[in-house]
Design a binder for this molecule. Structure first.
Ligand code: SF4
Length: 367
């Protein structure tokens, strides 16, 4: 057991990437990704030229470990109030936008609609604002929704370990916490104010959730903020660290790309569809049993392709504004989505591809 909190090595891999040969990639595809060096090789520009071979291996491993299934979930935005000023986010404190926190009855109405669509896994999302969304209120919502769901996750302000424990007791089984970027300099440039500004604290929060006994932990990077290869290397190190220390947890990884939002943020490091595909294949080859999540930020064509190559969890029919399903509140959205298909349409497409859309993959009999 490692007593030290995680800190990325910040090794620069550019020299290693220049030396990669095609034969190095073939070797990993045959014998597996067994080290941080192997993972770096899979992320190299040379490996990007062998994307078809990476994709084949990634597809095979995904089917071996997850069968022909795609897990469906949906975000339910509770509040867009936030005391942080993240320059890339529509909810930033600095943006003069319509704000809204749903009432208890409004949350239930939104949830009723999503249950009617077939969802049994809901992700509750909110900005960082403990007064707008106090912990007791969140626990009340969780307690009311839990009996109707197989899985209930949160992506909200980060909490202390005991608070996560309370949320887990109330019925939360998953927590999503992205570092956004592991580059401390870039992190400081884009997180201008509020608690999220603290890079080191942010690094520690996943451990709070793990110690709070949630069942599933979602980690990730926001693509476009910094060099995607270097950020992916740090995320790999972080996942290795967390899986070693909290082996009993179920982990997922996600790589959302920056989208348009009220902040009018110019994307400094654009990531192409091809880069995104390489990234997903590399993570699949490195972690054959890791859940890989793709949201409706991505266009339908890319989502349709990636569900065959490595992605295991898809959000569908999403709205990123509080009250966006039923209530017509005109509150600001967090970011623009690209896949506007309704959930039944996405499920039908998945089935047409010979895969099974899974609305419920776990039962909390012992809860
Ligand atoms: S990314 Fe999260 S913490 Fe930052 S402004 Fe948006 S909602 Fe707030």
């Amino acid at each position: 057991m490692n007593p030290k909190p995680f800190y990325p090595s910040h090794v620069s891999w550019s020299v290693h990437w220049e030396k990669i040969q095609h034969s190095d990639i073939h070797h990993i595809l045959l014998s597996g990704c067994n080290s941080v060096r192997d993972f770096a090789t899979l992320l190299s520009p040379v490996a990007g030229l062998q994307l078809e071979e990476l994709a084949k291996r990634s597809h095979t491993l995904t089917r071996q470990h997850f069968g022909k299934t795609i897990h469906l979930f949906v975000p339910l935005y509770l509040s867009n109030e936030c005391i942080c000023s993240c320059t890339y986010c529509g909810f930033s404190f600095l943006n003069q936008v319509p704000r809204k926190t749903l009432t208890y009855d409004e949350v239930m109405s939104e949830a009723q609609y999503l249950l009617g669509q077939g969802f049994r896994h809901i992700l509750l999302v909110a900005g960082e604002h403990r007064h707008a969304l106090p912990l007791p209120f969140l626990k009340k919502i969780v307690g009311a929704l839990r009996p109707h769901l197989a899985s209930l996750s949160i992506e909200t302000t980060p909490y202390q370990t005991l608070e996560y424990q309370e949320l887990a007791d109330a019925g939360v089984d998953g927590v999503v916490l992205y570092q956004e970027t592991y580059d401390p300099k870039r992190y400081e440039e884009v997180h201008l104010g509020g608690p999220k500004k603290n890079y080191l604290k942010r690094l520690e929060f996943p451990e709070n959730a793990a110690r709070g006994h949630v069942r599933r932990l979602g980690m990730g990077i926001l693509l476009g903020l910094s060099d995607w290869r270097q950020d992916a290397m740090a995320l790999y190190e972080h996942i290795i660290y967390m899986r070693k220390k909290y082996w009993q947890l179920n982990f997922t990884a996600s790589f959302p790309r920056l989208r348009k939002c009220a902040s009018h943020f110019e994307i400094p490091y654009p990531v192409s569809d091809r880069d995104m595909t390489q990234l997903i294949c590399a993570f699949r080859i490195a972690f054959p049993d890791l859940g890989l999540v793709l949201s409706t930020r991505e266009p339908p064509s890319l989502r349709n392709g990636l569900m065959q190559l490595g992605v295991t969890h898809l959000s569908a029919g999403s709205s990123t504004e509080p009250g966006g399903y039923q209530l017509q509140t005109s509150a600001e959205e967090q970011f623009a989505i690209e896949d506007h298909r309704k959930a039944p349409e996405v499920a039908a497409y998945i089935a047409q591809q010979g895969l099974e859309p899974v609305w419920k993959d776990w039962d909390s009999n012992l809860h």
